[in-house]
Design a protein around this ligand. Structure first.
Ligand SMILES: Nc1nc2c(ncn2[C@@H]2O[C@H](COP(=O)(O)OP(=O)(O)OP(=O)(O)O)[C@@H](O)[C@H]2O)c(=O)[nH]1
Ligand SMILES: [Mg+2]
Length: 812
């Protein structure tokens, strides 16, 4: 279908655009040009003709740029800013005629009513969701934290309950990325996993009213019963922005309740009012485009009915919007013969073309004109707060990147140095407890399992809790402060060079905690190829499951270094993953995933003081998850591996033969070695030894590598068992010492710093996590890319290990 580009088609002459302004300069937008998807998003963000925008600063590499518009900050690339032609626009002048509405039908009583939370990204939806449902979903101060629908129950007045659905943030009802699509599909009742909402609780950020109200006008158009929760009123007050909920309610035709979800203010009122939702009868911003929308919605309803499906008028409207916005919901609907729909859409487009209407701008500009009229008079320029000035340093041309490097390096050094003393204490505690409990156990297999399997294995993993906790505390501070969006701004150019996207920053950074949420966060990337490339390289980021492995090997082989030096090695490992990810992304994007880079628009939210409660919750959740992992999967595999390393046992004849053939003082180690080799695990290790021998690894390390496929931490617990099996039951030497004493058959030490480096390289690069594979299958909709990723990453890990060992063992 042809795309109507409207009156703003570039005429070839250079016209001054926003891209040409210097920092500090302001100008009025006169016209929007360029591809329809970019024009639409710019307009949705409030950049319609007649609006004044100020260039705040350029990113250190000259691109993207940060602008201030309608009282908030937006980062966009210069080629997008070039779509904003400057000039004096004759824009529609509106009066703020009120919306006419009527009480919505009462919420259903035979079942739980379904209430969807819809609003702009970062408007506080999840904070509100958590406050009314008592759940603990992740919140964070950047747009795009929630990328999936989440359900919870909330009490209504009168003892009933409602099913509340938290959604990803949307700027408009025409989605442009997978997360936004989920939100629109839920609102339209098009998802099998979610019932059609009975009403919408629109979440509107009071400190950023104009842009948030755009979505409110669209939600009202759907006719869905609605109540508005006006969030962040505390912040609006601090900035001197008036909060006139009653005035808004009178004009918007629906109840508007001011709330501060983080403190609970206004929640009681909200619960009382939820039953009084209203739906719209007619709207004052209607124009030719909206009228055509309604006409097409009629056709959709009719088509659906013909195909034997009863749609609600709201769904039909949302589908009509999607159709006009180049989205395609007909596949989901299974509408069968959709010819009448195609005709209706084509006719509407022809009408707009004939009368010179740009469908995108016409509709959005009408809405903004109404909103501007509504806010006129009560919108003094928002007061800047002291914290708004932090960006002068953090986004500075020179200090910005320096601060970024310092923040990232500091993150890893802090994890290492702050956690070290606590870890030492934890290790002592584990050994002490192990010995105390062990003393109560009868000698024999049970005692062996306790010491070699559980204390060395699981205990060896658990002592890394402090590091995991520090990692999550620091990441939560970054999340909550608003710095992450700045990271995307600073790195967009660099990421663009390797074919990724500024928005890849958050998925990649959060993959340092765990690749699974990281891969899901890639849903906020609009372009399919950029998104896939981001997901494919995300597991190169060192996740927290690698921490115990890094920590163990650094602690054993670089123990003579100062803590800050050990922290730097740790940072280098993380950096190794990041650099590899960049190279692989670049290779993918210049071959199989070749394609243009998409647009990059991200809101830079105001800095917020991280709430201690939230940090404690995030960290608590991570530590609990780690302990649960240690107590379940790691424990189970450790025990399994212990059994595999213990059985079958040597026969008495074999023991006698070895005893006879070995000098008396070496009988004990020789027996240990022989029994391990004789076990199932030993034989399996032997089986894979030829594959890993070129990497300097022997079968004992091989057992660990196999264990790591269950969970990476199992490597540590397996080594604990490998180097502990058959030892003295009361042996309480830490794993580190036992590793240093382990020998190869020729009597040379098994572990050397070089082998440690090879193993570290393996863990940086290898894809060992089956849960990540499962998430990749879900997110990419098939097995192809996950398999390519699995084989590719492990191949790369092997090759890197091979090079390091072969070169290293010749040089040293
Ligand atoms: N001052 C203040 N901050 C709030 C309020 N509600 C939420 N926040 C903060 O605003 C930020 C965004 O909150 P979220 O609840 O994650 O926003 P969201 O709408 O779910 O965002 P997405 O999931 O990205 O769409 C977080 O830093 C919250 O702590 C509020 O009423 N007042
Ligand atoms: Mg959210």
């Amino acid at each position: 279908m042809p795309i109507i580009t409207g009156p703003g088609v570039h005429d070839g002459r250079e016209r001054p655009s926003l891209a040409g302004l210097d920092p500090g300069e302001s100008a009025v937008v006169g016209q929007l040009v360029g591809p329809v998807s970019i024009r639409r998003r710019l307009a949705e963000m409030g950049l319609v003709p007649g609006v004044t925008a100020t260039v705040e600063r350029l990113a250190p590499l000259g691109d993207p740029m940060e602008i201030a518009v309608r009282g908030y900050r937006l980062s966009l690339r210069r080629d997008q800013a070039a779509c904003l032609i400057l000039g004096n626009a004759a824009h529609a002048v509106q009066t703020a005629e009120p919306v006419s509405s009527a009480p919505a039908p009462p919420l259903p009583t035979v079942r739980e009513p379904v209430i969807a939370l819809a609003g702009n990204p970062n408007a506080g939806k999840t904070t509100l969701f958590n406050a009314i449902t008592g759940m603990r979903q992740q919140v964070g101060n950047y747009p795009g934290v929630t990328v999936d629908r989440k359900e919870g129950l909330a009490p209504l007045v009168g003892g009933r309950q409602a099913r509340i659905i938290d959604l990803p943030g949307i700027y408009s009802l025409i989605p442009s990325s997978p997360d936004e699509r989920i939100a629109v599909e839920v609102l339209a009742g098009l998802r099998a996993d979610t019932a059609m909402p009975d009403m919408v609780l629109a979440v509107i950020d009071a400190s950023n009213l104009a842009r948030n109200l755009l979505l409110a006008t669209q939600l009202l158009d759907t006719g869905l019963p609605m109540v508005i929760a006006l969030t962040m009123v505390d912040e609006a007050r601090a900035r001197g922005i008036p909060v006139d909920a009653d005035g808004l309610s009178a004009r918007l035709g629906v109840p508007v309740i001011p709330v501060v979800a983080s403190t609970g203010e206004g929640l009681l009122r909200l619960r009382e009012v939820i039953g009084n939702a209203r739906s719209v009868q007619s709207v004052p911003w209607s124009g030719p485009v909206l009228e055509d929308h309604d006409r097409i919605a009629e056709v959709v309803l009719h088509q659906a009915r013909a195909a034997g499906r009863e749609l609600s008028p709201a769904s039909a409207k949302l589908i009509a919007w999607a159709l006009l916005g180049e989205g395609d919901f007909t596949g989901v609907l299974g509408l069968g013969a959709i010819e009448p729909l195609i005709v209706a859409v084509a006719q509407a487009r022809a009408r707009w073309a004939a009368s010179g209407i740009d469908p995108v701008l016409d509709d959005i500009a009408r809405r903004y004109a109404w909103i501007d009229a509504l806010l006129a008079g009560n919108a003094p320029p928002a007061r800047r707060l002291a914290r708004d000035r932090i960006d002068a340093v953090l986004l500075h041309r020179v200090w910005g990147p320096a601060a970024f490097a310092l923040v990232m390096w500091g993150l890893f050094v802090a994890i290492f140095t702050l956690a070290a003393p606590i870890m030492d204490a934890a290790e002592q505690l584990v050994l002490w407890l192990g010995a105390k409990v062990g003393a109560l156990l009868p000698d024999g297999l049970i005692s062996q399992l306790w010491h070699d399997g559980i204390v060395s294995g699981v205990g060896g993993v658990i002592i890394f809790v402090p590091q995991i906790a520090f990692m999550f505390i620091l990441l939560a501070v970054l999340d909550e402060s608003g710095y992450l969006a700045r990271g995307a701004f600073l790195l967009d150019r660099v990421l663009g060079k390797v074919g990724l996207h500024g928005r890849s920053f958050v998925p990649l950074l959060s993959s340092h905690a765990c690749a699974i949420p990281g891969i899901m966060a890639a849903r906020t990337i609009p372009d399919a190829r950029e998104r896939l490339a981001t997901m494919l390289v995300a597991p190169f980021m060192s996740c927290s499951a690698r921490l115990p492995v890094y920590g163990l090997l650094i602690g054993v082989f670089f123990v003579h270094l100062a803590p800050w030096q050990q922290g730097t090695i740790m940072a280098a490992l993380y950096l190794g993953g990041i650099v590899t990810a960049g190279l692989v992304a670049w290779a993918l994007r210049s071959t199989v995933l070749r394609g243009p880079s998409s647009s990059f628009l991200i809101e830079l939210p105001p800095y917020r003081l991280p709430s201690l409660g939230e940090i404690a919750r995030v960290t608590g959740r991570a530590v609990r998850a780690f302990l649960v992992r240690a107590g379940t999967i790691i424990l189970a595999f450790t025990v399994l591996l212990w059994a595999a390393m213990t059985f079958p046992r040597l026969s008495e004849d074999q023991v006698a033969a070895i005893t006879a053939a070995t000098p008396a003082e070496q009988v004990e180690p020789a027996l240990q070695q022989a029994s391990l080799e004789h076990s199932i695990a030993g034989r399996t290790g032997r089986l894979i030894e030829p594959v890993i021998a070129p990497l300097g690894m022997d079968w004992q390390v091989g057992i660990g590598l196999i264990g790591a496929f269950a969970a990476r931490e199992v490597f540590v617990s397996t080594l604990g068992v490998v180097h502990g099996v058959g030892g003295d039951d009361q042996d309480t030497t830490p794993l580190a010492h036992r590793m240093q004493e382990a020998k190869r058959p020729d009597g040379t030490p098994l572990w050397s710093p070089l082998l440690a480096v090879v193993t570290l390289a393996w863990f940086v690069l290898a894809m060992q996590c089956l849960s990540t594979v499962a998430v990749m299958v879900r997110e990419t909709g098939g097995w192809r890319w996950p398999l390519i990723q699995l084989v590719g990453m492990n191949g790369l890990a092997w090759f890197a290990g091979f090079l390091i060992w072969q070169i290293g063992s010749r040089v040293f």
